[in-house]
Design a protein. Structure first.
Length: 669
């Protein structure tokens, strides 16, 4: 149509388009598709979002279609995703373009991406910017539709009808740099994004401009800056923005003891640990640009609870969406995403994500399964009930009981996983691991620093993080936290004809894992306040008997089949949720919030009195695999003053100060 102004494009010697009007590039051609992939696809965690998606059509909205690079990349990924996952979902990609390229320029620009030739030819065959202000094209047997609105982004978005639940699952905010194109990056645009967004919608954009980040926050997006490793390539972008739509909070302001005040900014943190919690913390901090020193008392990392041969990876889910289940649901998704990403990056650790069945082996559990299915509060791809025939079919062996099936759960080898995470952390160039370093004492100094005494000397430290598992009970600075130790012994059983075909983890009172290195793990014992890690024959016998009493003679095992065993200590909390954050000043809590004993709803303005620079991430209990990555993200957000990846209620449920607050409320005077 006549009012469409086409782009004034110049091409450089490599054939890359450049906007003469905006004096800006369309994409960074030095890095191929890498940057678009990082800033839009990875920042939106788009493949994981498709995996988790449980409606029929996933909607992406983009500003600035340009040459369509973001679209073609997404299309390619979506087709691969559908092929791998036999998924039935469809994709609707809504884009906007105020200054479209002419057909001729488009054809020239798309020559840069021969890998998308088939798709780009399809688009070019119908691309007709004069014909309409809006065009829809379909791809991949109509599984994907692309609608381009040839007009200003906010005007185009404002004309789209939005259902009550919102429309868009993910946003790609492209467009030239805000400084060169302030007209597009407007309050009107941000308002439209919030209008279109579904709750939880994600957003990725290349810009980290303050007014864009603030503008997004003001309309209800939780905004995060992402830092990338820079392999010494100066052209590479090292920061971008990622956001999630949470909506605007209405209602009363949050009470003081739930508020974690901002921290002094810093570039370094020292982690005390060597297990899963510390590995995840090191990686999360390094990814946010923090330099990390990790001190581990043992000769090698992963010698504590994280040294078990096999651990089951699955969320603890109840029939209702209580706070415990919601945390483990979110934690599970984080863990799975991190572990799959590590595998994709080439890090190796033994694992199997072929599902887990919680076997309903007695009447009470069959009843529980029925109620679970009636209530049906969780997505099917997280958990659903299956018949005994399906259990036999899916597990690969004759279990002969129905069960609750978690198709994406599985098992990993924790010590190998810890090694892989540490390798990934070291590869950022920001993490140093020092073994044989035992932290002996910690003292608070007047200058907001901590004096750390180890077996190798003393050092002043700004940020000190204890990821010390069950050893946390021996650390003076953590003495006021209600942590306890629960000993557990796992037995490794020789595989045999009867059990070798087991494909999924089976849970009963304990668990049984598929074969790895010729053995299956069974366990585990559960002895409160017992911190003796020497092996006990009677515990192996207990594990064999427990399995037999729940699932019968499924492995045909006796003590002669025990190949190895391991006893380690779980670090537990009274409410079975872990803790992450700054260590609270307990006496100050008791002083500030004493009125809670008279009125538990009393509203306080006074923010929580916390020890600045002193953090704890522990209490992972029997679920570290499903919680450590998310907890590490929370810790890193706190240290970097970024937005937390969980809401305020969940943050308080994970706060080390929740226990003193609950004690005050209980101590009614
Ligand atoms: C028998 C058993 C079975 C389990 N099964 C599962 C399962 O199936 N699925 C699951 O998700 N989870 C399972 N868990 C739980 C899981 O293993 C833990 O939640 C997780 O490994 C805890 O990791 P962490 O880093 O907190 O602790 P740890 O792995 O214990 O690490 C603590 C680290 O701190 C170091 N350290 C301590 N004190 C000091 C000091 N003063 N100076 C320097 N370094 C210090 C130690 O050397 C150690 O490396 C199981 C645990 C046990 C014991
Ligand atoms: C950096 S380029 C986008 C690159 C594009 N995603 C690609 O793959 O080629 C920015 C695009 O935003 C478009 N644009 C600029 N202002 C706009 C506005 N107000 N509304 C919609 N699109 C706009 C430009 O014409 C340009 O095509």
């Amino acid at each position: 149509m006549s009012q469409i102004k086409t782009a004034n494009v110049k091409f450089d010697k490599n054939g890359a388009p450049f906007s003469a009007d905006f004096d800006d590039i369309y994409f960074d051609n030095t890095l191929g598709c890498q940057q678009s992939e990082q800033v839009f696809i990875k920042a939106n965690n788009i493949e994981q979002a498709w995996l988790n998606f449980n409606a029929s059509e996933f909607v992406i909205a983009e500003t600035g279609f340009g040459t369509g690079l973001n679209f073609f990349l997404t299309l390619e990924k979506f087709i691969a995703f559908k092929r791998c996952n036999q998924s039935a979902i469809k994709l609707h990609f809504i884009s906007t373009e105020k200054y479209p390229l002419t057909l001729q320029d488009m054809r020239k620009a798309l020559k840069l991406w021969p890998q998308f030739h088939l798709f780009s030819e399809q688009l070019l065959a119908q691309y007709d910017i004069a014909a309409n202000t809006q065009q829809t094209y379909t791809f991949a047997d109509a599984a994907v539709s692309l609608t381009i609105h040839f007009r200003d982004a906010s005007a185009a978005f404002s004309a789209i009808e939005v259902p009550d639940k919102g429309l868009v699952d993910a946003f790609y905010l492209d467009g030239f740099a805000p400084s060169r194109n302030p007209e597009m990056w407007s309050k009107a645009l941000f308002t439209q994004l919030a209008r279109l967004a579904k709750k939880g919608a994600s957003l990725g954009t290349f810009t980290v401009a303050g007014f864009v980040r603030r503008g997004l926050s003001e309309v209800g997006f939780k905004v995060n800056k992402i830092h990338y490793g820079n392999d010494g390539n100066d052209a590479e972008k090292t920061e971008s923005t990622q956001a999630r739509f949470i909506g605007l909070r209405r209602g009363k302001p949050i009470t003081g003891f739930k508020v974690r005040e901002k921290v002094e900014s810093s570039k370094h943190a020292t982690i005390v640990g060597g297990g899963l919690a510390s590995a995840c913390a090191a990686l999360a901090l390094a990814n946010k640009g923090i330099n990390v020193t990790l001190l581990c008392k043992d000769e090698q990392i992963a010698q504590g609870a994280s040294s078990n041969a096999i651990g089951a990876l699955f969320p603890l889910l109840h029939q209702d969406k209580d706070s415990l289940s919601l945390f483990y649901q979110q934690g599970f998704e984080h863990s799975l995403a991190l572990f799959k990403q590590l595998i994709k990056q080439g890090y190796q650790f033994s694992h199997g994500f072929d599902g887990l069945i919680d076997v309903s082996y007695k009447a009470a559990l069959v009843q529980r399964q029925q109620t679970f299915c009636q209530k049906n509060v969780w997505p099917d791809d997280l958990i659903h009930g299956i018949s005994k025939e399906q259990v036999n079919d899916i597990s690969g062996i004759d279990v002969d009981h129905p069960g609750l099936y978690m198709p994406r759960a599985g098992w990993v080898c924790p010590p190998e996983l810890v090694q892989a995470i540490i390798q990934a952390a070291i590869a950022t160039g920001k993490v140093k691991v020092k073994t044989n370093r035992k932290v002996l004492a910690v003292k608070s100094l007047a200058n907001n620093r901590w004096l750390l005494t180890t077996n190798k000397g003393q050092k002043q430290i700004q940020n000190l993080i204890f990821c010390t598992g069950a050893d946390s009970l021996a650390i003076d600075s953590l003495a006021q936290l209600p942590l306890s130790v629960v000993r557990g012994q796992v037995s490794q059983m020789q595989s045999n004809d009867r059990i070798e075909n087991l494909k999924t983890v089976l849970c009963h009172k304990g668990y049984l894992t598929p074969e790895n290195n010729g053995v299956h793990c069974i366990g585990a014992t559960f002895d409160k306040d017992d911190n003796d890690t020497r092996l006990r024959d009677e515990d192996d016998q207990y594990n064999i008997n427990m399995l037999a009493s729940c699932l019968g003679d499924i492995g045909n095992w006796s003590m002669a089949d025990v190949r190895a065993s391991k006893a380690r200590l779980r670090c537990c909390t009274p409410d079975h949720l872990p803790m992450v954050g700054r260590v609270p000043k307990i006496e100050k809590h008791q002083e500030y919030y004493q009125h809670l004993s008279k009125d538990k709803n009393w509203h306080y303005k006074q923010p929580a009195p916390l020890n600045n620079g002193l953090y704890v991430l522990t209490g992972l209990g029997a679920r570290g695999l499903c919680s450590a990555p998310l907890l590490a993200e929370i810790l890193a957000a706190e240290i970097c003053n970024d937005d937390y990846p969980v809401d305020e209620e969940m943050l308080f449920n994970l706060s080390p100060n929740r226990f003193v607050i609950r004690d005050l409320i209980k101590s009614k005077s």
